[in-house]
Design a protein around this ligand. Structure first.
Ligand code: ADP
Ligand code: MG
Length: 701
């Protein structure tokens, strides 16, 4: 591959400096390699020829062989068009051009067999083809022998320089011809043979000029496999390397803190999933290597408890632990929960956030250094250089999406022996994404909710049901419950966002008079402290209704809130809706989620709503979300840019290939962890090259 990367595109026949600049700018094509890896987005079967009598306007495209019998220019100046009568010997088809009339008229030849290709349409009850592709039948024989014609994405700017799909196709042909069979293989020969793949040369050739659909599939498979395989090899190799090079705290014993908590303080039985995950963690922290683990579990599945018990393992082995949350509210809530859980155990816990007073800070800093402080809970404030631990052994990061790679690395760097890291997320990540974005982390999943939870009932209503919804709210409030009413944040316009919310507030207030009902309002423009006060009021039950934008999305725990009403549902993504719904259903009461929307819904919105109504399963929802939006839009992938780096594989569709590629990569590394063997020379070279070029998104902690 690297040889092809060294060949400048401007020297390819048919390119030149001007077109090269356009290719650079529009498609980031700089080399032969870039061009050959600019893959078609669709193919059209060019083996089928139609008789004109078979053609009707519903066909997506047609191909006919025949001759032109007459050409004339019709219409006045501005509406002028060129019309050619084209016959297959039996019937007649009209070919029509609105542009380039002069040029086309001069180039069309009588008594010559042409192949016409294009989309048929109907005009005045006659079938015609507007702006057809036209090619002399005889010239087809010089072309590369493809039966499926490739189509390429191009931009407007490219088209205006005549770099349309057909021109790109021609350039591909030129490149392949000039390389004349000399495309070096990028997978080791043993792998190509063992896995029954086609070689790179044939794959690239067939992807642009497929002989038939079967070979095309093989070519696509080979290229997808390779793309995913190298990503996995790279990630897994990094993980191997880390395991080999770095020490980790070895937690040998389960000691008094853990046991005392388990025997005296644990108010309920752990779920089987919690037990399983604890075992997984326990096993890994016993190995003497640093743990990097992702803990996935739906909202309310009890991750915090698992995290807390893992921290106790650290404490039992003479280490400190910390828990980092994305917001101050969440950190405070964690502190409260954890202190409650730990009551009577004589463990020193503190909270450190942006608003911790200077005086308290100093005490915390000192006690961390002396080791007196055992568990520190906080926000980004934990990352500051001044925060130094005596012996940090375990780090929990809650809701990891909000933390960047660099920040995690900072925690890492605080200590001679890196702490074990547990990243907790309630945003279920589809397997393919997890394997790719967090592929160097071990993964644990809590796939079971604590017993006794009643599944949240979800319904969808249009605007005409508003009065009934209000009545329902009233009933619930009379039963002593609390209600969230959530409005979308409108990114493009903060003003509109606010207006929406205010109107919502007024509408609610007119039905629920403030002298009788407590209504809180929280939105993005409020200062953190104000937000916090309002949240706390609601959490304490002083208000019954919380009108808010999505600021309440993450974490907040108000078990008495049992109704979640989402306004303009169509403006929310599926995962976001699921997250919001997770704010209710935390107590013993039956909870409800009401999705309000306009009548006009796109198909995608309908599918999202239908999915929400049908299931509460976060993983299922994440998979649907991935399929609906494609990998590019899923949280976590956007920042990483991975979806744009993939040229042929699709994380929403190629899960099986991905798993296979990962298994193969792992089996190779099992035998040769750092790819040092001669037989793996090609692999080592490719990984080195790729990790420089594009894999910055796969680095964790
Ligand atoms: P998550 O962080 O995964 O969203 P939490 O850890 O906040 O979930 O747990 C949600 C609630 O369930 C908490 O009130 C917690 O105390 C409770 N909980 C956790 N584990 C269990 C269990 N095994 N049985 C009953 N309740 C549990
Ligand atoms: Mg949580």
């Amino acid at each position: 591959m690297s040889e092809l990367a060294g060949l400048d595109i401007k020297f390819l026949a048919g390119v030149g400096p001007k077109r090269a600049t356009i290719l650079n700018k529009e498609l980031s094509i700089y080399s032969y390699e870039d061009l050959l890896y600019h893959f078609p987005f669709k193919y059209i079967d060019r083996t089928k020829f139609y008789a004109i009598s078979e053609i009707h306007s519903k066909l997506p495209y047609i191909q006919v062989r025949g001759e032109i019998t007459s050409i004339e220019t019709v219409g006045e100046k501005r509406q002028q068009r060129l019309v050619a009568q084209f016959t297959d010997g039996k019937n007649v088809l009209e070919l029509v051009w609105f542009k380039g009339i002069k040029y086309i008229k001069a180039s069309l030849k009588p008594n010559t067999e042409y192949i016409v290709f294009g989309k048929p349409s109907e005009f005045n009850r006659k079938i015609n083809v507007v702006h057809p592709e036209l090619e002399e039948s005889a010239s087809k024989n010089d072309k590369l022998n493809a039966s499926l014609q490739a189509f390429y994405l191009t931009t407007e700017r490219m088209k205006s320089s005549f770099l349309n799909s057909k021109a790109i196709h021609k350039l591909q042909e030129n490149a392949l011809k000039s390389l004349n069979g000399k495309i070096p293989e990028t997978l080791p020969a043993y792998l190509v043979k063992h896995l029954g793949l086609i070689n790179l040369h044939d794959a690239l050739f067939q992807i642009h000029f497929p002989e038939n659909s079967e070979v095309l599939k093989k070519a696509q498979y080979r290229l997808k496999f390779e793309e995913l395989f190298y990503i996995q090899l790279n990630i897994l190799k990094k993980k191997m390397k880390r395991k080999i090079l770095y020490q980790g705290h070895q937690f040998i014993k389960i000691g008094e803190y853990f046991n005392a908590f388990y025997n005296n303080n644990l108010p309920f039985e752990l779920t089987n999933a919690q037990k399983r995950v604890l075992k997984e963690i326990r096993k890994e922290v016993g190995l003497g290597k640093q743990m990097n683990r992702l803990l996935q579990g739906d909202v309310g599945s009890g991750k915090t408890l698992v995290g807390l018990m893992s921290m106790l393992m650290a404490l039992d082995n003479g280490c400190q632990a910390c828990l980092m949350a994305p917001t101050e509210i969440l950190a405070t809530q964690h502190l409260e929960t954890i202190c409650e859980f730990l009551e009577g155990l004589n463990i020193k816990v503190a909270l450190l956030t942006g608003s911790t007073k200077q005086k308290d800070r100093r005490v915390i800093h000192e006690q961390l250094k002396s080791g007196e402080l055992q568990i520190l809970i906080g926000t980004h404030a934990l990352l500051e250089d001044i925060v130094q631990f005596k012996n940090l052994g375990f780090v929990i990061i809650d809701e990891q999406h909000r933390f960047g790679v660099a920040q995690r690395a900072k925690l890492w760097a605080k200590n001679p022996i890196p702490p074990h890291i547990l990243v907790m997320t309630a945003t279920p990540i589809p397997r393919t994404l997890a394997m790719t974005l967090y592929g160097d982390l071990e993964v644990s999943v809590i796939d079971e909710l604590p017993p006794g939870r009643k599944p949240i009932q979800t319904v969808h209503y249009f605007e005409n049901k508003r009065q009934e919804v209000y009545k329902f709210m009233k009933k619930q409030i009379d039963l002593g419950r609390q209600i969230y009413l959530v409005y979308p944040m409108i990114k493009e316009s903060e003003k509109m966002d606010f207006k929406n919310l205010e109107e919502g507030y007024e509408s609610v207030a007119s039905f629920f008079p403030p002298e009788k009902y407590g209504i809180s309002m929280v939105h993005g423009k409020m200062k953190p402290a104000e937000k916090d006060t309002e949240m706390q009021r609601f959490a304490r039950g002083e208000t019954q209704i919380m009108v808010a934008t999505t600021v309440i999305e993450v974490g907040v725990n108000v078990p008495n809130a049992s109704v979640m009403i989402i306004e303009s549902t169509n403006r929310f993504g599926l995962s976001q809706l699921h997250q919001l719904r997770g704010r209710v259903g935390r107590g013993a009461d039956q909870s409800y989620c009401i999705l309000m929307s306009d009548y006009k819904l796109s198909n995608e919105s309908k599918k999202r709503i239908e999915t929400m109504v049908r299931t509460n399963d976060g993983f299922e929802i994440a998979e649907v979300d991935l399929k609906l939006r494609g990998p590019g839009d899923i949280e976590g992938t956007q920042q990483s840019g991975i979806a744009y780096d993939l040229k042929i594989a699709n994380l929403a569709k190629d899960g099986q290939v991905l798993q296979y590629a990962r298994d193969i990569a792992q089996s190779i590394l099992d035998k040769d962890p750092l790819l040092e063997k001669e037989i793996n020379h090609t692999l080592a070279k490719q990984v080195k090259r790729l990790s420089k070029a594009q894999f910055n998104w796969s680095v964790i902690s």
